[in-house]
Design a protein around this ligand. Structure first.
Ligand SMILES: C[S@@+](CC[C@H](N)C(=O)[O-])C[C@H]1O[C@@H](n2cnc3c(N)ncnc32)[C@H](O)[C@@H]1O
Length: 481
């Protein structure tokens, strides 16, 4: 299926460029206040400022979502034809002229068409192709953007991740189960002058036997809607099976040193820590994985959220069936987060953690930091000989109570002001150790001095301190100088 042939899609891209319509134009041409109001859904100033010129026509169609007259549309779309626009579905006729049949989003410099018409909710078909949503934005932000060879986007939808991969990958392959999604991905590739290899099929099936340097997926991760009719979000698996399948496939899908990053929902089952469940999906060998849970919803909130998403909030029977399924499966909550995996040699190392607080973006820096400090650098012998320094932006904080002898400190913790913004409790011995972490002395010398000051045997003191020092390096409080 094609929505447009490549040549026609390229002309559509040219028409958009000629009109000057872009994210920046809204503010640059109509003024920052008008643009801010429009971002909040108040289009009064924008509508007043719009005339019949091409930029105004594109703005009214694709930002505001109102109809324009046919002659103005024809002139704004040139060299793309009005008939072509009506035939492919870009525009639809209505009582006031023609209106947007598709939506248009921007990702960086790129233009992306989809089924997500401006300012509409509900009324989606089962094959609806999403525009750029919150989850798409999170994965765009989290993807490690170093130059790479082969990249894969699983469940590409309108192609938003694939087009971003094309900025830093030699070749990009994009897959989807939906014919219509692939048609939008083809269209958007042509509109933006990018080459993609597009393959249709179920999850990993179209790339069976192939390996990639970078794999990303914002997959259909929603825990099956009863009736399961939304291709853009229901992967056709029981429970959190989509995430389990992707995690299990990672080692076989990645080249040596390759990276896989995907978003997922996972179940919190009564009596099983969520991290144990997610870790059990990953291969025993060949994966270094960082799984970050960003939020957890109880079953009722989860059902309400996804019913709102598809405009089914009034369907009480669907909600009841969904909640019954959660009860029967012993589900206490549903976690949402990202899974970052690097292919390595040897036994897998898997860290699952909660990070529900605000974190410095881009997430790609956080992911790169996490992978950067693993491995041999953390071995006891290497740490022993290293010169550690406290990373910039780490502060020691204390809580104290007024006692008989004045303020008595009863808690101390390190707090990061940047990056992951972790907090980590520390005891007085560690505080003494950290006070000398300016990068000048080896850990060996520091521990020897501590042993002399506080008494005790150096080796035993190091055995006590090493796991904590290691954790502080892993979490970015300490770094080798
Ligand atoms: C949440 S959308 C993500 C779209 C896009 N990648 C993004 O980041 O916005 C999930 C995509 O997976 C596709 N999909 C659904 N079931 C699939 C399956 N079994 N195998 C492959 N793709 C599937 C849907 O058609 C949809 O395009």
């Amino acid at each position: 299926m094609r929505l447009l042939q490549t040549e026609a899609a390229a002309r559509l891209g040219e028409a958009r460029r000629e009109s000057g319509f872009s994210r920046a134009a809204l503010s640059a041409v109509y003024g920052p206040e008008t643009a801010e109001a429009a971002d909040r859904g108040d289009y009064r100033a924008l509508l007043k400022a719009c005339g019949d010129d091409p930029l105004s026509v594109w703005t009214r169609l694709f930002t505001v979502g109102t109809a324009v007259d046919e002659r103005a549309a024809a002139s704004a779309l040139d060299p793309f034809g009005l008939d072509e626009a009506l035939d492919c579905g870009l525009l639809i006729r209505d009582a006031d002229g023609v209106a947007a049949g598709w939506g248009l989003d921007f990702s960086g410099e790129r233009t992306l068409f989809s089924d997500q018409r401006p300012n509409t909710t509900g009324g989606r078909s089962a094959e609806h192709v999403l525009g750029i949503g919150g989850a798409s934005g999170l994965l765009l932000d989290a993807t490690v953007r170093s130059e790479t060879g082969t990249a894969l986007d699983l469940g590409t939808g309108c192609g938003v991740q694939a087009l971003a991969l094309a900025d830093h990958a030699r070749t990009v392959t994009a897959t989807d189960l939906s014919d219509r999604a692939l048609a939008f991905a083809h269209l958007n590739a042509a509109v933006n002058g990018v080459d993609l290899e597009l393959l249709q099929g179920d999850l990993l099936e179209p790339v069976a036997g192939r390996r990639f340097d970078l794999v990303v997926a914002n997959p259909p991760f929603v825990i099956a809607t009863p009736g399961g009719g939304w291709t853009y979000r229901d992967g056709g698996r029981e429970a959190d099976g989509v995430a389990a399948e992707l995690a299990a496939a990672s080692a076989g899908l990645l080249e040596d040193g390759g990276t896989m990053q995907f978003l997922a929902n996972w179940l919190h089952l009564r009596g099983t820590p969520w991290g144990e469940r997610v870790a059990s999906w990953l291969p025993e060998d060949g994966a270094r994985a960082w799984v970050v849970e960003r939020e957890v919803l109880d079953p009722l909130d989860y059902v309400r959220t996804w019913q709102r998403d598809s405009g089914e909030s009034g369907d009480a029977e669907q909600a009841a069936a969904w909640l019954d399924w959660f009860d029967a499966a012993g589900v206490e909550g549903v976690g949402f987060g990202m899974v970052n995996i690097r292919r390595t040699d040897g036994p897998s190392e898997i860290v699952c953690e909660e990070a529900r607080h605000a974190v410095d973006t881009p997430w790609s820096d956080r992911v790169a930091d996490w992978f950067a400090v693993r491995g041999d650098d953390l071995e006891p012998g290497t740490v022993w000989e290293s010169r550690l320094r406290l990373v910039d932006g780490v502060a020691l904080q204390q809580a104290a109570e007024l006692g008989g002898d004045g303020w008595e400190v009863d808690r101390q913790w390190l707090q990061q002001r940047h990056g992951m913004r972790y907090a980590e409790e520390v005891d007085p011995l560690l505080v003494a150790f950290l006070g000398a972490c300016d990068g000048s002395a080896t850990v060996r010398l520091q521990v020897q001095l501590l042993a002399e000051t506080y008494g005790g045997e150096t080796a035993m003191l190091y055995a006590q301190l090493y796991p904590v020092i290691r954790r502080l390096i892993e979490r970015g409080f300490l770094a080798s100088s």
